[in-house]
Design a protein around this ligand. Structure first.
Ligand code: CA
Length: 657
């Protein structure tokens, strides 16, 4: 047994001495043998323990042998597919049990790892599974797996409701289940799924009434078990997760995975048990850093942390055919790591084939490694152009600050925001705020996401305070229709969908989804969180408004353009009065365009807005009533009019100038 130094000391020295770039950590197979390998430079001794299943006693144990760069290796002369395992690791004379941080399969609740024959987990036809081609625009729909089909009205059979399998249900007699039909018909191009790696907050052996968003990673390279029909058999979650992705692809949708590498469920993680004090940041006084507000910050910027994260991302892209990644609290990761992930994904799959975006912020300061730069919004210009950030500027200017429910934005009546709304149109490239995107390709426009109030709840709470004077509120208050809230909702969508950059919406925003005023529903009931499919039917008018905006957007090269010169297409920005702004968009596209110029007007004001009719032959492409239409412009003595609380888009027929 090799005696090792039990202290890390200088991270730089430690990384220089021990960092390991091999891709064989975890379990690999060669010539009928199974090879186990872990990285654990401080360990004095490591023992592998094997089990027949996820629960029973071990049937064998084996000493690992120290190998190069702090790795430990064991080769057994048999193929151990389907067996479970864990490690006993001795650090500083003390032994701890741990699962394998590099495991690709696990037992129920994840404390035991599994030896997996990955090819045996591929659903029929998975080798031929391809993502649908990218179109003119990428429009992202943020969805939680359980929310999607937990409602009995979803059209999904009970045994699959709330699970991976729901996405695979085919309709009978040519009719799809309600939820799937909705997803396909909306026109979105990417489904962004809230975390579906194995997380810790839901008991996989427990009942269906549990709920969590899943921002508490346990096994990074294994799918969550509570979405599987059988969490006990480690193969089932892997196969069903792949089936979900395959089914989404077949339905013309790309799949984005929400990933949370900035913190773990608990600091007592497999990573920390394997190499104590390496994977987390500490403050100068020795306490754990907590920039995530979740108790720990993973120390991105250290060699083996970065390798771990990059390898994990690449694994999901290759093995599960995931088409993009949304990084939670990306501001806790580094610019260098994010750019590396961009580069490695590009090398493996082609330039920008896989989408990358993230939250360019953190909950609090975090002590970063020397020589690294936090992937914060202020550093957007250091990020590759192929890495986008959520634009909270656009979100907040449109509907008001997310934390103060009564605070309003442009669409719900806050005055004085005209200029900022015009800044949002070109993705804040004019330097109006404290960051500088390289191009609008780095901007994700949105007005609602899983965090904070739904758009509907925010608008209702801020526009109808009288309903909430007495906090004992009837649920129906949230489900009722309010003409002014519907108008504000439409206007918010209209503006969002006419800004340059990528587009993102929270599932259900298109039918006024409510969480009954719950602004942090991460562990609220599934009933609070789920999508209510009856609402999609009842608010068909609002859904159609979104559908039209989505369809129209894809036909407008002037808005879809992601190049650095896209902002130059927007000219003639004007403020017409309180809440009323307009601009022109050069919509030319090598002569193939139907409309060579767009005139767009937002009128959040309480009065109609009259502006001089622009020259040429114009048609209405969208207004308060309808989107993706073609109606004649009503020219009133050289003036056109936009109704209060509405957007107006005109297109000039190419060549009619
Ligand atoms: Ca789990």
């Amino acid at each position: 047994m090799k005696k090792r130094n039990g202290q890390i000391g200088s991270i730089r020295e430690f990384d220089k001495k021990y960092s390991y770039d091999g891709k064989d950590l975890g379990v690999s197979f060669a010539g009928g043998h199974t090879i186990f390998k872990v990285w654990s430079p401080l360990a004095e001794r490591i023992e592998l323990r094997l089990y027949q299943d996820g629960q029973g006693e071990q049937y064998e144990s084996h000493e690992m042998a120290a190998d190069r760069n702090g790795t430990w290796k064991l080769e057994l002369p048999e193929v151990l597919y389907g067996k479970y395992y864990d490690y006993r690791v001795w650090n500083n004379g003390e032994a701890v049990l741990t699962a394998d941080p590099y495991a690709v399969g696990c037992s129920c609740n994840g404390s035991r790892s599994m030896v997996v024959d990955l090819r045996a987990t591929d659903p029929e036809g998975f080798d031929r599974d391809r993502a649908p081609a990218l179109g003119a625009e990428s429009i992202i729909y943020e969805l939680h797996i359980k929310d999607f089909s937990y409602d009995k009205e979803s059209g999904i059979p009970d045994e699959f409701r709330g699970r991976y399998k729901a996405f695979t249900v085919k309709g009978e007699d040519g009719r799809e289940p309600v939820c799937i039909e909705h997803l396909k018909a909306l026109g979105i191009t990417h489904v962004h799924l809230l975390p579906f790696y194995d997380y810790g907050s839901v008991d996989e052996a427990g009942d269906d009434s549990q709920f969590n968003w899943g921002y508490d990673p346990l096994n990074y390279n294994v799918p969550e078990g509570s979405y599987a029909t059988d969490p006990e058999d480690g193969y089932v979650r892997i196969r069903e997760c792949k089936e979900m992705i395959q089914a989404l692809h077949e339905n013309g949708l790309r799949v984005i995975m929400d990933v949370v590498y900035n913190h773990t469920y608990s600091e007592d993680s497999w990573l920390n048990r394997m190499v104590p004090d390496y994977y987390y940041r500490r403050e100068a006084d020795g306490t754990l850093a907590n920039g995530s507000a979740c108790g720990n910050d993973v120390a991105a910027g250290r060699a083996m942390v970065d390798n771990y994260i990059a390898d994990s991302v690449l694994y999901w892209a290759k093995e599960y055919h995931v088409d993009g990644f949304r990084f939670d609290l990306m501001g806790l990761l580094t610019v260098e790591l994010m750019n590396r992930i961009r580069r490695e994904l590009d090398e493996a799959f082609g330039p920008n084939e896989k989408m990358i975006y993230g939250e360019p912020w953190r909950a609090d300061e975090s002590p970063m490694e020397k020589g690294t730069r936090a992937a914060l919004k202020e550093n957007t210009h250091y990020l590759s152009e192929g890495i986008s950030v959520f634009s909270d500027n656009t979100r907040d200017v449109l509907k008001g600050h997310v934390f103060y429910e009564e605070e309003k934005g442009f669409v719900n009546g806050e005055p004085g925001l005209e200029e900022k709304v015009l800044n949002a149109v070109t993705g804040w490239q004019d330097g109006a705020e404290d960051f500088q995107p390289v191009s609008c390709a780095q901007i994700i426009n949105y007005v609602s996401a899983h965090d904070n109030f739904t758009l509907w709840d925010k608008l209702l709470l801020s526009m109808h305070k009288e309903l909430f004077v007495n906090r004992a509120i009837e649920e129906t208050v949230f489900y009722n229709n309010y003409e002014d809230v519907l108008e504000a909702n439409k206007l918010a969508a209209f503006i969002c969908f006419t800004c340059q950059g990528y587009l993102f919406l929270q599932a259900g925003e298109e039918f006024g989804r409510t969480k009954l005023g719950d602004d942090n529903s991460f562990m609220s009931s599934p009933e609070i969180n789920m999508l209510r499919w009856k609402q999609a039917e009842e608010r068909k008018d609002l859904v159609d408004y979104y559908k039209g905006l989505i369809a129209l957007r894809k036909k407008l090269p002037g808005l879809c353009d992601k190049s650095a010169s896209a902002a130059d297409r927007v000219t003639g920005k004007q403020i017409h009065g309180p809440g009323a702004v307009s601009f022109l968009v050069d919509n030319r596209d090598k002569g193939n365009e139907e409309w060579d110029r767009l005139f767009i007007l937002y009128n959040a004001g309480d009065a109609s807005c009259r502006v001089p009719a622009p020259e040429g032959e114009w048609v209405i492409l969208a207004d308060k009533k309808e989107t993706n239409c073609r109606r004649a412009v009503k020219n009133m003595d050289g003036m056109i009019e936009a109704e209060p609380h509405s957007g107006l888009m005109l297109g000039r027929k190419a060549g009619t100038r």
